[in-house]
Each structure stands twice: as structure tokens, then as C-alpha cells.
Design a protein around this ligand. Structure first.
Ligand SMILES: [Zn+2]
Ligand SMILES: [Zn+2]
Length: 341
């Protein structure tokens, strides 16, 4: 069935040939903003303790990002080669991680530990990750970045993911600063040549990771435009609305929210909805800043876990990942789910 619908603001802009930022690079306060939002959402929430733990982790990430040492960045030759092959410059499968990410993670964990409540179950996990030999830590990082659930330590994953987020967020920001023409310009100037135009629109143009959620933005430069938020490096890339973020179909897209299920007669536009696709059976949450200007993709995704449970009951599979809360069958159980793409 086809339905007639109004053009979205970005479709109008695209047709008119207007320019807008197709890529929004991570801001320096991304983790601080996330921590604020998590603390706000944690009040009275059923998952309060977990949200507060992730808030503390995000605060530690903020400190780690600002203290991150200089690391090797992609060269002009590497940037050109990536552009030629339509690949992200910092594709996680190919980029050689500098050992600095492990040292940064260790400092982050050492700072986090004394701030955790004495009875926090996370304390033991922090100790365990802190004690991991370098090689084992790299192996866990490989699995996490490739979406391989087999052999992945699910308890340790948010902590290791936090360290990787800091490293890749730093890499993207430092690469932009080093390679953008007129590097003194604002962070979110129209996409610089450093990032090219990778072929796969469903993955981050900077690092090739999956999104955590999509976000409709507010503000004069992006009012109503929809961006996908990278689960790893926090870059946001544009995708028109009402389009599947997994198979890019524009047919059979539906929206589900928690309240709409309780009262099917009315479907209020809530801050977070699940955008589901009949064509491929996947969904990704969409976070609407016009409903709440403080909304933040990673925080709001964590705080709406119930929506995932609801949507997955109807057989929909999640496209995208939140490194702070992984879904997947534990080893040796379930139907042997194929590794995530
Ligand atoms: Zn990314
Ligand atoms: Zn689809």
C-alpha cells in the first residue's frame, strides 16, 4: 500500500539543491551532555542504578577525552585511498589501534572506581577489566567492534566499549582538526574532504560502525533533519526520514512507542519511537529533539529498553547497537545468531 505524505524538510532542501551538514562531527562535550541526560532520566526510573552507573562512566569518558594524548592519525594518502574505495577512513576493522587507548581506559577505570557506591556490582567488573592482559583486552575490543558475540564478555563490554568510544571520538576530532581546510572553523562545518562519501549509508562515514539510534534535530541549521548517531565515534550522519536505516526501503515504515500501545486509539508523538521496517524486519529507535531538546541518542536509548522488548516481541530485529547495553544470546544458547554485520 502506498500512502501520500508530505515532504520532509530535508527532502525539500535536497530538491531545492540547498546545502546542509551531511555529517556532524562529535562535539567535545558529547560525554558530559550524555552524563547530564542520564542523570535526568535516572530519577524514578526502574533501571535507576544502571543509568546512574553509565552516567558516572560517561563523566569519566569526558575527563578521558580531554586528557587524551596525541596518537597517530590517518595520513593524506590513507584518506585518499579510503575515498577511492568508498570506505570510511577510520574503519574499525582496518584501523591499527594505538596502545594509548588501553592506557586511557586504565586511567578512566582508576578514576571511576572510588566514585562508585561501595555496594555497586560494577566494582568487580572494573577490577576484572583493569586486570586484563593487553592481548586479552585487544581480543575483546576486536569482538566488540566487529559485533561478534561469541566469546564476548558481556559484563566487561560497556567498560571496554567506553574506552573505545573515547579513543575513536578523539581520532575523529583530531583527524578533522588536522585535515580540514581552515581547521579553525566550527566543528560542524559542512562535511570536510577528510571523510569522503563511503558507499554504505547505513554505517558511520567516519569509522564504519552501526548507529545506536537516529535523531531528528532542532536548530536553524538542521530543523527537523534526521541523523544517525554512531555507536562508537559519536559522529552523526544524515539520512532522510521515513526510510529504513537497515535496508533503506521507504515502504512499510511504521512507528511504535510505548504509550501508543497502551492506548492504540491515539499515537502521541513521543520523544523516542521505534522505526520499524516491514521489508527487512529491522528497527531502530528515533529520538525526537523537538519533543525534548535535551534528548541524547545513547542515553534515551538505554532508558527505553522496554520499547526494545515490546518491538522484539513482534519479531523485529534491532539494527544498530548500544555499546553500553548489548543484546545477544550467551554462548552456546539460542539459535546460533549470526554475528552482527
Ligand atoms: Zn563512527
Ligand atoms: Zn528495512
Amino acid at each position: 500500500m502506498t500512502t501520500t505524505r508530505l515532504l520532509t524538510p530535508e527532502e525539500i532542501a535536497l530538491r531545492a539543491g540547498q546545502d546542509f551538514a551531511r555529517l556532524r562531527l562529535p562535539e567535545g562535550d558529547v560525554f558530559a551532555q550524555r552524563a547530564l541526560r542520564l542523570r535526568q532520566l535516572a530519577a524514578g526510573h526502574a533501571m535507576r542504578d544502571y543509568l546512574m552507573f553509565i552516567a558516572q562512566l560517561a563523566e569519566a569518558q569526558d575527563r578521558a577525552l580531554h586528557a587524551f594524548p596525541a596518537v597517530p592519525l590517518p595520513t593524506t594518502a590513507q584518506i585518499e585511498a579510503a575515498a577511492q574505495h568508498g570506505q570510511p577512513v577510520l574503519a574499525t576493522a582496518a584501523w591499527p589501534r594505538d596502545a594509548a587507548w588501553q592506557r586511557s581506559l586504565h586511567v578512566l577505570l582508576d578514576e571511576l572506581l572510588p566514585r562508585l557506591p561501595a555496594d555497586s556490582p560494577a566494582r568487580a567488573t572494573v577490577h576484572a577489566v583493569r586486570a586484563l592482559p593487553a592481548e586479552a583486552l585487544e581480543k575483546q575490543a576486536d569482538r566488540l567492534l566487529a559485533g561478534v558475540m561469541l566469546g564476548l564478555d558481556f559484563a566487561a563490554a560497556p567498560l571496554i566499549g567506553a574506552g573505545l568510544q573515547v579513543y575513536f571520538t578523539h581520532l575523529v576530532r583530531a583527524t578533522q582538526a588536522a585535515h580540514a581546510a581552515g581547521a579553525s572553523g566550527p566543528d560542524n562545518a559542512p562535511a570536510s574532504s577528510a571523510w569522503g562519501h563511503p558507499r554504505d549509508a547505513t554505517r558511520c562515514p567516519c569509522c564504519g560502525s552501526l548507529p545506536t539510534a537516529s535523531l531528528t534535530r532542532i536548530g536553524a541549521d538542521a530543523e527537523g533533519y534526521r541523523y544517525l548517531h554512531c555507536a562508537l565515534c559519536n559522529a552523526q550522519w544524515h539520512m532522510v526520514r521515513v526510510k529504513c536505516t537497515h535496508c533503506e526501503s521507504t515502504q512499510g515504515i511504521h512507528y511504535q512507542s510505548l504509550q501508543a500501545v497502551a492506548d492504540t486509539a491515539s499515537a502521541p508523538q513521543e520523544t523516542v519511537q521505534a522505526e520499524t521496517c516491514d521489508t527487512c524486519g529491522h528497527y531502530l529507535k528515533i529520538v525526537r529533539m523537538n519533543k525534548d531538546p535535551h534528548a541524547e541518542p545513547v542515553a534515551d536509548d538505554l532508558a527505553t529498553l522496554t520499547l526494545d522488548l515490546l518491538v522484539s516481541e513482534s519479531g523485529m530485529q534491532r539494527h544498530g547497537v548500544n555499546l553500553m547495553l548489548l543484546f545477544g544470546e550467551s554462548e552456546g544458547e539460542g539459535e546460533g545468531e549470526a554475528p552482527r554485520r
